[in-house]
Design a protein around this ligand. Structure first.
Ligand code: TRP
Length: 77
């Protein structure tokens, strides 16, 4: 559930193909990539929004679970 504290919410990303990228983008006036994590099929990453991370980009086919529900990112061409 969303407890109103956006910086403690976890999201879960489960890769459905090899080479899924989970990219963290910085918080603040300068929005840039600060971390890229590569997941192979079946691997799971559990991540939070933090003081340093305001957005998360997922590239490749993955299941993404959040307090809002579940969504699937599709494979890139
Ligand atoms: N050092 C980063 C941070 O504390 C680690 C991190 C947290 C991260 N959430 C992330 C990296 C999501 C990539 C994606 O903000």
């Amino acid at each position: 559930m969303n407890n109103g504290n956006t910086q403690s919410d976890f999201i879960i990303i489960k890769a459905q193909q090899d080479g899924v990228n989970v990219i963290g983008l910085t918080r603040g006036s300068d929005t840039r990539f600060h971390h890229s994590e590569k997941l192979d099929e079946g691997e799971v990453m559990i991540a939070q929004f933090t003081e340093h991370t305001s957005a998360i980009k997922v590239r490749g086919n993955a299941k993404i679970m959040t307090s809002f529900g579940e969504i699937e990112s599709e494979k890139t061409k």
